[in-house]
Write a protein that binds this ligand. Structure first.
Ligand SMILES: [Zn+2]
Length: 137
């Protein structure tokens, strides 16, 4: 998966654990994180703020997962398995990555990458076909 090229700062996470009216164990929260992404248009990296919101219900099998209301996503946990909060946070951040990371319209670095420096350092210009045509007149 094409993912962030670098995490610029630690993710900020807010989590709440509760039991809902049906007795489900629910973890809800928000994650946000500044990351460097590679622009798909000009291929330079830029920094972007990701954020995601989630509500997960702990389930122990597929039946339980299917019975969940639409606003809850299943988090499958084996009975003897430890809940890994870091894994949840990572998943949610990955989910919040844009499909096509790009600079805002017009902010790409593509023009400045081929800047004046390169032109000035270019060796003596080869005669262009137009110069030759001029001589023929
Ligand atoms: Zn760009």
């Amino acid at each position: 998966m094409q993912a962030a090229t670098a995490i610029d700062e630690p993710a900020r996470v807010q989590l709440a654990f509760k039991r809902d009216d049906s007795g489900r164990r629910v973890i809800s929260g928000t994650v946000s994180c500044a990351v460097s992404l590679q622009c798909q248009r000009c291929l330079t990296s830029f920094s972007n703020e990701l954020s995601g919101e989630f509500a997960l219900a702990l389930v122990y099998n597929d039946e339980m997962a299917k019975a969940l209301p639409a606003e809850l996503d299943p988090l499958l946990l084996m009975p003897d398995e430890q809940l890994e909060v870091a894994g949840i946070v990572e998943d949610e951040l990955l989910l919040s990555l844009p499909m096509h990371a790009m600079h805002p319209e017009g902010s790409c670095q593509i023009e400045t990458q081929f800047g004046m420096d390169e032109v000035e350092q270019a060796p003596e210009r080869a005669p262009s076909p137009f110069d030759i045509l001029k001589d023929l007149k």
